[in-house]
Design a protein around this ligand. Sequence first.
Ligand SMILES: NC(=O)c1ccc[n+]([C@@H]2O[C@H](COP(=O)([O-])OP(=O)(O)OC[C@H]3O[C@@H](n4cnc5c(N)ncnc54)[C@H](OP(=O)(O)O)[C@@H]3O)[C@@H](O)[C@H]2O)c1
Length: 222
Amino acid sequence: MPTALIIGASRGIGHEIVRQYRHDGWRVIATARKPDDCETLKQLGAEAHLLDVTDVEGCAGIGWKLDDEKLDVAILNAGVFGPRHDGFPSQQDFDTVMHTNVLAAMRLLPILAPLVAHAQGKLAVLSSHMGSLSERNSPRGSLYRASKAALNSVLIDTALLHGPQGVSCVAFHPGWVRTEMGGDGADISPEESAAGIRATLASLAPTQEAVFRNYDGKPIGW
Ligand SMILES: NC(=O)c1ccc[n+]([C@@H]2O[C@H](COP(=O)([O-])OP(=O)(O)OC[C@H]3O[C@@H](n4cnc5c(N)ncnc54)[C@H](OP(=O)(O)O)[C@@H]3O)[C@@H](O)[C@H]2O)c1
């Protein structure tokens, strides 16, 4: 039975990815930052761990808990958008967005990559098309864009380090998805996004270089 780890699975896309892998009979390890959300994940048949990705001790602790796991798929999904205005950014907004979307990846990807290497598996982050530098066509959501561009940079470095050990690194744009972050008017459902992400991961040939993909598998420029 293959094993998937989803970090940040209380709701939205991450939660739906857990549900679908469980439905397909995978062993799933999932994290959430509230005990009630861990209980809900357990009801889906997942092994659940409490983790706030901005907590340095929590990040180290998950490394201990996962010691010796073989992860066929590991997905860092947790993320925040931050302020919806593009005015002068507060220190607090900057710290929240960068700590959640970037610093957490800098701490967690080095912990997860060796566990993915054990299975010659796939290591994915939920990035965003908004983080693409080469395909950028709007300055809106500047802090979020900067954080996802930096997240992509962290993933590329992870591939340089761990790609040769058999870790295939993927940054995903999940589509514009009807979640709390995407809003009710977004294009696609969490079910469609999660199904596309899983299918793209399943069909992706092993790669030493990081790749950037839309949820439906189409390549995106960094
Ligand atoms: N929806 C879209 O259209 C869209 C588009 C492009 C990219 N994305 C990316 O896709 C990912 C999932 O987005 P979504 O739409 O499902 O968003 P969402 O519904 O707002 O869910 C965000 C998830 O991240 C978790 N999270 C946030 N901060 C965390 C922290 N400090 N520690 C642990 N977990 C934390 C949340 O947990 P809590 O419940 O505890 O807050 C929740 O499970 C994000 O990385 C987002 O940037 C989404």
